[in-house]
Each structure stands twice: as C-alpha cells, then as structure tokens.
Design a protein around this ligand. Sequence first.
Ligand SMILES: Cc1ncc(C[n+]2csc(CCOP(=O)(O)OP(=O)(O)O)c2C)c(N)n1
Length: 952
Amino acid sequence: MTNKKSMELNPWAGLSGPNLGYVLEQYDLFVEDPDSVGSDLKELFITWGSPEEAVQLNNIAGEISAGQTRTPGVPMSTDMMKKVMSAVQLVENIRAYGHLAANIYPLNEVPKENDVIKLSNYDLTDEDLKKIPAELLSPYLPASIKNGLEAVQYLKESYSKTIAFQFHHVNDLEEKYWLNEMVESGNIFRTLSSEEKIGLYKRLNEVDSFEKFLHRTFVGQKRFSIEGLDTLVPVLDEIISEAVQSGTESINIAMAHRGRLSVLAHVLGKPYEAIFAEFQHAPNKDLVPSEGSIGINFGWTGDVKYHLGADRQIKEESTVKARITLANNPSHLEFVGSIVEGFTRAAQDDRSNPGYPSQDDEKSLAIIIHGDAAFPGEGIVAETLNLSGLKGYKTGGTVHIITNNMIGFTTESEDSRSTKYASDLAKGYEIPIVHVNADDPEACIAAVELAYEYRKKFKKDFLIDLIGYRRFGHNEMDEPLVTNPQMYNLIHKHPVITEIYGRKLTESGVLTQEKASAIKEQVDAKLKEAYGKVDTKNKKETPDDLVPPETVEHGLPKVDTSVSLDTLKQINNELVQWPKNFKIMKKLEKILTRRLDAFNDNGKIDWAQAETLAFASILGDGTPIRITGQDSERGTFAHRHLVLHDYETGNKYSPLHTLSLAKSSFAIHNSPLTETAVLGFEYGYNIYSPETLVLWEAQYGDFANVAQVIFDQFIAAGRAKWGQKSGLVMLFPHGYEGQGPEHSSGRLERFLQLAAENNWTVANLSSAAQYFHILRRQAAILTMEEVRPLVIMAPKSLLRNPLTSSSPGEFTDGDFKAYIEEPLLGKNPEAVERIVFTTGKMAIDLSDSLKDKQDMDWLHIIRLEEIYPFPFEEIQNFLTGFKNLKEIFWTQEEPKNMGAWSFVEPRLSTAAPEGVKVDYIGRKRRSSPAEGDPTVHKKEQQRIIDTTLTRK
Ligand SMILES: Cc1ncc(C[n+]2csc(CCOP(=O)(O)OP(=O)(O)O)c2C)c(N)n1
C-alpha cells in the first residue's frame, strides 16, 4: 500500500486541533508498541506513517469524492475523518471475515451476511461511502471501481463468493499485501477460454465416468471413490502443468485412499486396464502403459490397490521433462506427508560437491492431499508443517489440499474438531488459506493459480481447502444414511459436477448439448475399450508362497570396508584443523586435538572419532551423507562435534566440509523436537536419493516409541509391500546406566519383533571399529539390490569407555564381524563349559568385571554384534569347537520380556550342540523398561554380572 501513498489521499493531511493532538498521541504509543493502538489506527499508521510529517507538509489537496476537489489547506472534518476510518475498518473486516459469508459449501445454503461486514454496523450509509475515494479503501481495485460504495460491494463479492480467503493470520506485511492485491485486483480470476472450459468439462467427465464404470462393473468392491470432490483431478492437473511449465523437474504427491484410483489413472497415467485388472485379480504386470513411461512397484507381499503409488515421466520428444511421483502409503492417515517432504528435499538438493548440498527449490514441488478429519486430528500434520521453514527440511513451499468432504468415516465435523474450519491448524504456521467450493471448477483453478504464484514468490506453503462432499459411505459398501441421514439426504438430491458445470457451459453458450453428449460417449468408449483389454478369463494365479527376490534372501555381499593407514592419518589431521581466525572453546579444542594421539604408538580411536573417520572416508568414496536428529551437530552426549562454533562471532564450521578428499556433500542438521515427521522425512529423503547415506539419530533410544508408525508401516514393511528400497541408518542410544525407564532402552525388542525377510539389519555394537565398518558397509551397499535399513543400538557411556576404543589396525585391516569373542577368554576351548552370549553394553560390563578375575577358563563370552540377521550358521559352527560345553546362557540387561532374549532363544537353542541347554540371565519380566532408582539399578546390574561370571 505504501508505494501507492500520495499526499492527496493522506488521511492525516486534514487533521488539526484536538484531532491532531489525539492522533499524535496515538502515534507516539504506536511507535513504542504497535499493538498498543487500535487495529484501524495501526493499519493507518503502517500505511501512511507519521501524522506530523503530513501536517507539516500541509499538502492537503486532493479529491475527497468523485468530482469534488478539496481546497489545499482546508482541514477534513472530524466527521468525515470518522467515516473514512470506519470505511477502512469495514474493508479490513471484509478481508478478514468475508469468508464467513462465502458460498463455499456445495451442500449447505450460503451463510447470511455476517454482522461484522454489515454497513449499518459501521455507522455508514451508501451515501457516505460514495464520498470516499475507492483508492483510499484499496489501492488494488480495478479502474472501473470509482467510489467507496462500489469498492465495498466489489470487495464483499471478491472475498465471499465460491472462493474465500483467510490471510489475516499472515504476519509478513509484504506477503499479506501481495495476497490482498491478488484478490482485490482480480488477478487470480483469469477468464478461461472456451477451449479451456470444454477441456475442464471433459476432464470432469473422465473422472466421473471412471468412477461410475468401476461402480457398475465391480459391484460391491471398495474403491474409495472421488465423487463429490471430482475437481481434485483438474486441480492437480493445473498445479502440475504450472510447475512443469516453469521448469520443475519433479512433483511428489502424498495422498490417502480417497480418490486415489482416479488420481492414479488421470494424473499418474496408470492405464485404466491396469486398474481394472487389479479389481479383476487378472494379471496386470504385463499391461503396457498407454503413454509416457510409468513405473509401478510391487513388493512380494503387496498392498491393496488404493495404497499403491506410481511414477510417471512426462516426456518431450525423447527427453524426460518431469517426473511425477505418488508415494506409496499405508492406511495410517497423514504420515506419508512427511515422507513426500523428504522426497522433495532430496530432489532439490545437489549433493555432488563437498559442503552442504546446494538447494534449488524450483526443481521439485511437494503436493500433500489431506482429509478434512485427518488434517486437524493427526499430530503428524503439525509436525510436518513445522518442518516447512527449517533450513534442514524446507522445500520451498508445499501446496496442501484438504479434500474436504465434511465427514470422516461416519463422524461429522462437529465431533471431529474444535475449530471452525478443517484447515485452521495451518493458521499457526501463517499459511495462507483458500476455501473453495468444489462444485465451481473455475474457482478451483483460481485457487491453484494463487497457490502457485504465492509459492513461486515467497517459497512457502499454501493451503487449498477444497470443499465438496462424499457421494457414498466411507467405502462403497457402507450405508451412510444409517449414521448421517441429514447429510446424505442432501447428497442424494445433489446434482453431480458434470451436470452442474455442463449446465453452466451450455447456458453461457460455450458448449452445445450435442457436444456434451459426444464428450461423454468418447469417454465411455475409452473405458470400455480398456476393459476389453483385460484378460478376464485368465485370472491371476494365487502363488503358493510370497517370496522375496533372491537378492534380498541371500543376505549382504562381502565388502571390503578397511581404509589405508595413510588415508586415515591424512583425514585425521585435516579434521582437527579449522580456519586461522576461527576461535573454538579451549575445552573443545583439547578434546579434538587429543584425537591426533590416536595414530601414535598404542593410540586408540574412540567411538566418535571412528564415526568421523567413517563419514570422512565415505565422503572420500563419493557417497553423500545426511545426518539429523535432536542436537546431532554436537551429539546428545557431547561427543560428535561435527559443527564447531566460533565463540566470538557465533560462526559455524564443519571440518567435513573442507576435507581435501571429500567428493560429495555432507549435510548435518539439528532436528526439531519431533520424532515421527523427521524420521518419515529422512526415510523419504533416502528413498528418493538412494545413493546417499542418510542417518537419523534418536536423542535417547526410547524416543523410538514416538516414531513407531514409521518403523512399522514404512521402514520395516515398505519393501515387501511396495518394493520400496531403503538404506536408512537409525541410531538409538541404548544401555542400562541407571537413567530410569525413559532413557535406558532403544526398544531393541521391537525391531527384532519386526525383523523378517532380511528387512533390515539390527546391530548392537561393542567397539568403535565395528561401528566404523558397519557404517562403511552400509554406504557400500546403498545402490545394490541387497540394500536394507540399518538399526543400531548406539552407545551412551560406552562412547567414553576405553574398552570400546579400537586400535588403528582394526580400521586398516578388519571388517565388520557379526559376533566377537571376548578377548580375555576362550584361550583354552577344551576347558570351556559355559558359553554366554550377550550384546552391547552388557558385553562391556562383563569384560570390565573379568579383568580382576582368575581361573575363568571354564567360561567364554560371545558378543553378538549383528542380532538380525542372526549369524546362525557361523554360531552353530563355532559352538562345535567346544567339546566340553555344558550350558549356554544369554545374558542381557533388559527385562526378560524386552531386549533380544525372545528373539535369540529359539535360534540359540537350535544352534546349540545336542544336550546343551540354553538359559537366561537378566532382569525378570517387567512392565516398565528400567528401574527409576540408580542404586537399585546398580545392584541389579551387579547381580546379573555375578550370576554370569559365577560357576554353579
Ligand atoms: C490414523 C488413522 N486413524 C484411523 C484410520 C481409519 N480411517 C480411515 S479413513 C478415516 C476417515 C478419514 O476422514 P477424512 O480425513 O475426512 O478423509 P475421508 O476418508 O473423508 O476422505 C478413518 C477414521 C486410519 N486409516 N488412520
């Protein structure tokens, strides 16, 4: 507005006497605290600046009404001033509350004009408004609007038709004014050409006829039809076409079940025949896509059709212009949004150079489609929205669409949210919101234009609340009249969108009845033809067993993970250097420079240093790395320090960014205080950029509790369901150290319970070198078919325990070992009567206690480092070397119903030589993971150690 300001229109120009005194006083208050004055005055002060200046200039000339010129120097009357202020307030309220009177609900009547925008409530008459120049109320109005009355009428209409706007919560004034300008100037309401309108009509016919065809042909089968929100398809068409035209190379879409088949068919180009074949259980993998190239992935156990994703490439001649991806998703609503944000960021990041990846947010766009019950209901939505402005996670603006059918399953809005709109959560993130009536496809297109332009300009999220209805029940077999009779009585009487829009087009002469019928026939013929291609007789044979591919079944290939001493030394030297003038705290400097000693005689490398060396060497091999988690830059336990801080300037520096041998990017970010969305994000990032070593670190292991949906429904099962490969690494600090029930366990048992079909590696390590090698092995398999996620129970106190440090030789020669023999035992296999298997910190506790013990030949201890896949054959062979073995124990620190016991017990029992029984040493079954009292913990831990090391 300020750029339009002119002294002619300046409201202060006419002030004098007490009015001026009052306004000056208010201005002083405003300068001190802008919120201390009324919002109308605040707006005027923001727009027009200091009243004093204006009066001093005494440039009071100007028109106060059409054709009426005020004499310069003659003050505006107080009365007039009040009217102007009221009119300004009214306009502001139209902007803020116009949506309350908008025609945005296809089923409901248009709400009555709200009091807050009624003229009579502002002590204003039509005549008063006529005297106020339109430009004073809005500088963006079309030239045809001449006076205040016309302006108010025009603005009321603009803010409350079949499309309505909520921008009032946007605090950035530049954004807010831009949004107002887009609406008030009419810029977003582009008139569509007749051709475009007919195209839109045809598209809606395709959507409508597709659902009807499915309904008729596959009677009683679930499809979660789009009907009532058919406009979603042209809305997606429009966003995608805007994006592709402006050079976006990939578009990633997240959505749940509703309308998915239609989106797959019409947006992702999944051939109708492939969808029909799935309904028919006929073979569909052989059906060739009709256009473009399409990839539909299958896992071996598969998923229902309305959860499957797809990939489409848009080609121009033979070059691929863009890739559209619809993410696979589980039934669990809304979680897939975080995964798609990860896809998008991965597509935007260029990881080919050392340093942080360089991000180009024009390269990729995320579109997340939400349900109206799920958006306010599921906490993951807020978590994911919170990522949108964070430098490690932002994707340059996501377009959110709520497919709002005013119902969730059988629950109507009044029972499912405490807010007026389904979209209200987005207000907290200052996301502009448009509510649009899905029965008006042209208004929906306008909403898309605004969303897209806004994203382009401000690189932030935008939300379209697409309001329609659901023609059938939650699924097509449900009878909605039983639970929602009033709503469904309205729906049953409500015409379908092709009828509504078709009528509009025929009435306006754009479309003839004949042409409309021809379109419908054409669309129906295409569906019939596609159905004809489905081999309905030759039904898919149900396989005897659903088996993973051989590459998954046969386990990981052997990879050389050692690194030469020269390279390690060179890396190590460079890692303890930083720019000359960069001042880090002395204490930290000491910790870091101590790492130089590691390569001296008898030097040892500790856990954190091993990690850094692994990262550095992986970067040297050309594999990009991204690591995130709560406080990961320093490390929860103040061990990592991969981002240094200058104590004078606050500048940051990461030595991994300037390594001379690094060939690719290293991204490290402290995550927000969230587990589910960030883990989903990292999983998505890794799926989309499989060549990147992506690590997510839980602050404490128990934080895994909160990310369980992502483990269960994506990471553990994604490949079997959807063929979705991942090499994500997850670190869960784990170990019983007297820190109570919440900071002891990484819930190892949960990962083992989910372990099957080589779906991931689960490790609990006991040395720095083992950590080094497993990370390097993971990096090496990322692009292989054998790739799988890696779960590591990470150390806490072991980070600083000298027993876990390793000598350089273990890095230059060794490789990862699935199990390790206790170095102090097993020298005389003939004497061994008891073998104890254990893992992680328990192994180190036992090793520590062994130091002072004599005559322990009767005992051997094996550290199981890779618990899943269980190294069965190696252990079975190993056990044959102990001729006098009498007993095998599994010792663990977790309660008996937790930890690895339930998982290893049957495996150890099978591997044990005949006649040797396998038993348990550890805590008893407990409902809580650990004791709260450190003294009780100590006693219990000692009991476990003593039992393990004492002969019966
Ligand atoms: C987290 C979660 N809770 C419950 C369900 C079961 N469920 C599937 S759809 C649905 C209703 C969702 O309503 P809405 O978000 O409005 O989407 P709609 O189905 O109406 O399109 C429910 C309760 C689920 N899939 N996920």
